[in-house]
Every structure is written in structure tokens, then in C-alpha cells.
Write a protein that binds this ligand. Structure first.
Ligand code: HGY
Ligand code: MN
Ligand code: MN
Length: 430
């Protein structure tokens, strides 16, 4: 809990917690985590996508000070990765003005687990992963870290730029890493026992049920779009009201439509969270507007139908205002299934910790979404008092974190005593 407090001070815009992909405070987070991991006997590396990974080697744990950075100058020298490995972790980036547990809690639970395992003989390695990017804030593209580890990072994304015009390639190089080596960050599925992501629930279910932890049964699909309205800028005082080609008037109609569709389709979540207005001056008719649209549903069919309806509505609203309309960027992840054998073990571990097992669907996206395309995954949710997330009021109770840690210890015991032997690439349809 103290470490969560400490990492929450590492921010781009104090006192708000904002930590985007490979921003300067991410380096501070790496420094802190590296120190704790080395003290816990782990070998630490940062891969070319900026994921920080601490490895606890199989066998009796011992102190280690080996630190590697996968930089362009070839300073590698990392430990052999060809051994069965259990992956545990979550992301280190945050949304703007985020809370101090979303992501970080899962990384620190992995580290605390390793600390608890001190002196134990394990037949497998444990990698605690701090993913570099999950929220999609800096480059409007989520899951950059997990895509690298799952081997699905598309190198054309390196040309995308952030709001300051810095390309993803430049951001990686400025952090001292080599973007052309991202492909080598991927794990071989034959080595990976599974990926466990502990995470704050970010919702009210466990609190309502009076349970400290829960087991994720599926993660809903998610579509993220950026759409653009292009009208004609002009003088706010001299251009008559008719005819005007006001991009923001058309965009405002779509914001309302997103809410309407979200309310009409049972179980749908639809949000406009970001808008860019150009030239963004009070005395200029808006000439161009970009909107983000985030759409989620347990059913991929209903989600995609909603996205198509919104695109058609955008086109109609644009035509009514005589402005142009287009989809600039679109990413999808389908609803993700978790690994039945791993979830069964996790469920047994929850029961062994004295907690009634509850399975629940995650409405939030997680690194597990992408990892599930290549590896068996399971997620452990921790109760979230108040259920407010992506907000500074995010909270978690220490007693619940202690139970989550006990569950993870029970899970490792179970996997050490009786491995899940079949390790092969999994195919989720994202
Ligand atoms: O947006 C999400 O669901 C996640 O928190 N990145
Ligand atoms: Mn989040
Ligand atoms: Mn998260």
C-alpha cells in the first residue's frame, strides 16, 4: 500500500496522477520497481517496448543485481528465458488524473508475491511484469506493452505521433530503447504457463456481494474510434448563421447520439471522452473536430452493430450541416475468454483462502485482453470500495489486498505442485 502511494507521486502533472507511455515519471517508476525487485532476488530487464520485467528464477531464490536494458547498443546479457514461466502483472501507465491502484496494484501484488516466496524452491520462473502502456492515452492506441509481449505489435504504429508531434519511435528512442527490437520482446507461448493479472475491480459487484476478491470469467469487447468532422472555419461575428459549415454543431449531435445508443442497447457502454476542436477559439466558427468514441459490450455482434449505427449517424449529421465526415482511426478487441484450467486453479486458490468464489465479467479492458491471444490468462479482481475508477478517488482496502496476496500464493503452490502441462498457443479472436 505504501508503494502504491509512493508510485502515485511519480506523475507528469502533480498533484494529478498522469503517467503516459514512456514519459519521464515512468523512468522514476522503473527505478523504484527495479530496486524493490533486485532486493527480492529478481533479475530485471526493460524490453524494447518499455515493459519492465523482473524474473524470479526457478530454484531457491537468491539476491541478484543483474539489470539489463534492451537498448540499440546491444547491451543485453539477460538470463536465459527458455524455462517454464508464470507471468504476473499489470500496467504502469495511467489515464490523465487517474487513481493510484489501476494497474500498479497488480504489479505490486506480483512483487509482494515474490517477496513472500523468499527461500522457496519453485519448478518454474515467475516474471513480474510492469506493462509500459495499457490505457491508450499518449498515442490513442491501447495495449502497446502487452502487444509487444504477445507478439502482435505492428511496427507501422511507430510512425503515430502524440499530441506534441513526437512519434512513437522517437518516444521509445528517447527512453533509451530500440524500437526495431520490439519483435524480440515477445514470449514464446511454449514457455508460458499462463498470465495472471490481479486488478482492482473498477466496479461495484464485489462490494455489493460482500466479497474481497473475485474471478474474472470474461472481458468485454471494446471498439475505439476517432472520427472527424471537417467544415469551414470563419469569423464568428461576420459570417451569417445560414449558411455556415460548423463542424462542432455536427459533432455535438453525434455526442448525443452516442449516449442515446448506449442507453437503448441493454448492456452497451458508449462514451465520447475526448474532443479536439480546431482552431479552438471563442470567436472562430469551428472548422474541424475530432471525437473519440469508446463502445463496449459482452456481445461482439451488438458492439459492432452499435459502432456501425454511430458511424452512419455521424455521416447523416455531417450531411445535415454540409460538413465532411470520416473515421480516422479504429481499433477493436473482441470479447475475451479466460483459460478454463487456469481459472479452475484460481478458483480453487480463492476457496483455499476461505473466500466464496464469485465469477464476474470485466467491463474494463486489461492487458489480459491482448495476452489472451497467445497465452492462457486468468484475472483476479480485488474489491473496489466506492467503485470509482479512472479518478483520484480510487480506493482499495489493505485487508482485501492481503487476501488477494494469499490467493496468489495458493495459486503458485498449486501450479508448483501440479503444473498445467499443456502449453500451446491459444487463439482468442481479437
Ligand atoms: O479503458 C479501459 O477499460 C482500461 O482501463 N484501459
Ligand atoms: Mn484503466
Ligand atoms: Mn487497468
Amino acid at each position: 500500500m505504501q508503494r502504491c502511494d509512493q508510485l502515485a507521486l511519480m506523475t507528469e502533472e502533480p498533484p494529478r496522477l498522469t503517467r503516459r507511455f514512456l514519459s519521464p515519471p515512468m523512468r522514476d517508476v522503473h527505478d523504484a520497481l527495479r530496486g524493490w525487485m533486485v532486493d527480492a532476488g529478481m533479475t530485471v530487464r526493460v524490453d524494447a517496448a518499455g515493459n519492465l520485467i523482473g524474473r524470479l528464477a526457478p530454484g531457491v531464490t537468491q539476491n541478484s543485481d543483474e539489470i539489463t536494458l534492451r537498448s540499440c547498443d546491444g547491451a543485453i546479457g539477460q538470463a536465459s528465458l527458455r524455462e517454464p514461466v508464470l507471468l504476473i502483472g499489470s500496467h504502469l501507465d495511467t489515464v490523465p488524473g487517474g487513481g493510484k491502484y489501476d494497474g500498479v496494484l497488480g504489479v505490486l501484488l506480483g512483487l509482494a508475491l515474490v517477496e513472500q516466496l523468499a527461500g522457496r524452491h519453485l519448478p518454474m520462473a515467475i516474471d513480474v511484469i510492469g506493462f509500459s502502456e495499457e490505457e491508450g492515452v499518449r498515442f490513442s492506441m491501447p495495449y502497446l506493452g502487452s502487444r509487444a509481449l504477445a507478439g502482435s505489435f505492428d511496427s507501422t504504429w511507430l510512425a503515430n505521433h502524440d499530441s506534441e508531434g513526437i512519434t512513437m519511435r522517437e518516444s521509445i528512442e528517447r527512453f533509451g530503447l530500440c524500437p526495431d527490437e520490439i519483435a524480440s520482446a515477445a514470449y514464446d507461448p511454449l514457455d508460458v504457463i499462463g498470465f495472471i493479472e490481479p486488478h482492482l475491480e473498477q466496479g461495484p459487484v464485489l462490494e455489493r456481494r460482500g466479497l474481497p476478491v473475485g474471478i474474472v470469467s470474461a472481458i468485454v469487447g471494446q471498439s475505439r474510434l476517432i472520427v472527424r468532422f471537417e467544415g469551414e472555419a470563419g469569423h464568428a461575428g461576420t459570417v451569417p448563421m445560414v449558411p455556415r459549415r460548423d463542424a462542432l454543431v455536427a459533432a455535438a449531435g453525434l455526442v448525443k447520439k452516442v449516449q442515446e445508443v448506449g442507453r437503448r442497447v441493454d448492456g452497451l457502454r458508449a462514451t465520447v471522452g475526448r474532443m479536439r476542436v480546431h482552431p479552438n477559439a471563442s470567436n472562430v466558427i469551428p472548422g474541424e473536430v475530432d471525437l473519440s468514441i469508446d463502445v463496449r459490450h459482452e456481445s461482439d455482434v451488438l458492439r459492432i452493430a452499435a459502432v456501425e449505427e454511430l458511424i452512419q449517424a455521424g455521416a447523416a449529421l455531417a450531411a445535415a450541416e454540409d460538413v465532411r465526415f470520416g473515421v480516422v482511426q479504429r481499433t477493436h478487441t473482441d470479447c475475451v475468454s479466460v483459460s478454463p484450467p487456469l481459472v479452475q486453479r484460481l478458483t480453487q486458490a480463492v476457496v483455499a483462502s476461505g473466500v466464496q468464489p464469485l465469477h464476474l465479467v470485466s467491463g474494463a479492458g486489461h492487458d489480459a485482453v491482448v495476452m489472451a491471444n497467445r497465452f492462457p490468462v486468468a484475472m483476479l479482481f480485488v474489491r473496489h470500495p466506492g467503485g470509482v475508477s479512472h479518478h483520484p478517488d480510487e480506493r482499495v482496502d489493505q485487508a482485501d489486498v492481503a487476501i488477494a496476496l494469499a490467493v496468489l500464493l495458493n495459486l503458485v503452490d498449486s501450479l508448483a505442485a501440479e503444473p498445467i502441462l499443456e502449453r500451446q498457443p491459444v487463439q482468442n479472436p481479437s
